[in-house]
Design a protein. Structure first.
Lengths: 183, 183, 183, 183
DNA sequence: AATGAATGAGAATTCATTCAT
DNA sequence: AATGAATGAATTCTCATTCAT
């Protein structure tokens, strides 16, 4: 006993998976612990409470996008190449993300009651939009770039919901393709 | 005692409001009862259990759309007029719907675990799409009509999530306006 | 099932007994429920939480003293008779009170962390002192009456602690006898 | 790692403070560790378990009284001087003792359930009484000396409870002054 | 000595549900 | 229809304790 069994990041990843597939409220600390091969109480060694797991989960995903997707806007590539790369990575993420977009899910499930969550979620979507706007501004005036970015994000989020219901990959990918026709 | 305090529909409406603003799992029977001025146990005179409330909530909203929005496709109006009316009614609904689209919310929160819910939700979105396709086919070939309908529904669903986070009405309305430029 | 098994007052009495003999923090909701022949959760039908039980316990005892002991000061009796009656009833209470004076116990155990408790406890001792002062003023100037009252209450409280440790009744009763020699 | 951060006595002192202000059951090992700048587990290098901390706390205080207060009875002073010194040191101790008398507190909180604690507590009060009796016997017959000693200890213990509630120093000191008028 | 990770038991509380009245 | 009392399972969280490092 008292041997290191898990890392904080591992718990976070298991929790994220559960939150996405079962919903946040519907996932118990016992569920998370089970998934990690720990007992309930042990989770509290790593996280103060369930809310903290939720918050760190949101931040973790948000940072993943910052580092791996939103940063593409600063690479030295052609506009079209950048957008292609962004769309590709984004599609990849959501195609393999069982249960959709946790940020969007928690936006509807609990953000009304948790200001800290809401802040991270709003920030995530704002950063996403800014990333796309910056790339699109290479070809479009600012306000048009903003409209395109907003519409892409919205339709992708809607498409993720549909993908979850129907498992139709083609339809999910259509949203990105659509954006790429614009540059 | 035994005074009629509420109707089934009244309970349903209060429950829908709670489900949309707090999430389904996060809403307890006691929450619903409180909202109705009843005590927990009394809800069971109207509904078999919580799952039934959820299911009837989904059906109730679905039927509202059938009767008040999807039926517009059969009215004797010009294509553009029909679409305008559909968009207007849809926007109205979601602008006043605190907490977004319950069908979409439950699609992400619990549809993975409740087949009955999933069926109603899939059906709702299918009917919605068919409604739009039927109208758009008056001007477009079938596959283009389908794409337009799908993209509208997706982007509206995404926009509803954003509206919930930012409360920016204009941006929500932009989605419908966008569709209307197509006819 | 769902038959009435207990009243709020019954639960309160059982809880008071446990708090006095085991301490407040050391008494679990399960302990209280067991004592009442209920299961843990059922207690919450009667009390919001454990703190509420503690608070109501304090108030319940405080009211008992108000009604049955402190009120004696207003009866139409000679000074000595009043004091004798007060002392007799007080002694009776504490001789039969397994575990001492809950108000004093909670004063040391949790009043530092619970303002609501502290208020009730302070008030109880103030009322007790005022009761005695009023009677003693029939024979003594105010400040002497206050000193006598204060010293009696203090020494009785200390004697209750000792009684709990030694079970020596005579020594407990000595405190009251001592007061009675003063009138 | 493995730097000496604390001594057993330091932990004991912090623990005593917590036990007095929060109660024994209400103080967790984590609370104690926090106060010492350690983590929970480290406490176990100094004490076998929580019960041992409690027991050593009681003994520690008891020994303090033995060495610093009860020993005064053997000093070569006049009766009045001895009693004055005892009262002064006792008052000093309790005036600066946030949370009252731990021995008395644990007498009410847990002595019913822990015989080892009870023994130390009973012994402490017995030794205290014997100390006072020995001094008072220089002026009074044994049984009167015993009554005076008992009444002083009781009323001081009660007064400590009141002091904790009201913070009225004068009233606490009155108990000692009272005793001193007797010699 | 001290730490970090873990445990298992048990704490308070909440939940959906039942049912006699 | 509605209520009040109860249930049993589950939930979040805390606690004392252990032990390899």
């Amino acid at each position: 006993m008292a041997i290191k069994k898990t890392s904080k990041e591992e718990i976070l990843n298991k929790a994220i998976n559960l939150f996405k597939t079962q919903g946040f409220s519907n996932t118990s600390m016992a569920n998370i612990a089970d998934e990690c091969g720990l007992i309930k109480g042990s989770i509290y060694h790593h996280f103060k409470n369930k809310d903290e797991i939720g918050l760190e989960a949101l931040k973790y995903i948000s940072e993943y996008f910052d580092k791996n997707i939103f940063s593409i806007k600063d690479e030295t590539l052609l506009t079209k190449e950048k957008l292609e790369k962004i769309v590709k990575k984004t599609d990849e993420y959501f195609l393999n993300s069982n249960g959709g977009c946790l940020l969007a899910n928690l936006a509807t499930e609990v953000s009304n009651q948790n200001e800290a969550y809401k802040t991270v979620i709003i920030d995530y979507f704002k950063t996403w939009e800014e990333c796309l706007v910056e790339v699109l501004e290479e070809k479009y005036p600012k306000n048009e770039a903003q409209d395109l970015a907003y519409e892409y994000i919205c339709s992708l989020q809607g498409a993720i919901i549909m993908f979850n219901l129907t498992n139709n990959k083609k339809r999910l990918l259509k949203i990105g393709k659509n954006l790429l026709t614009k540059v």
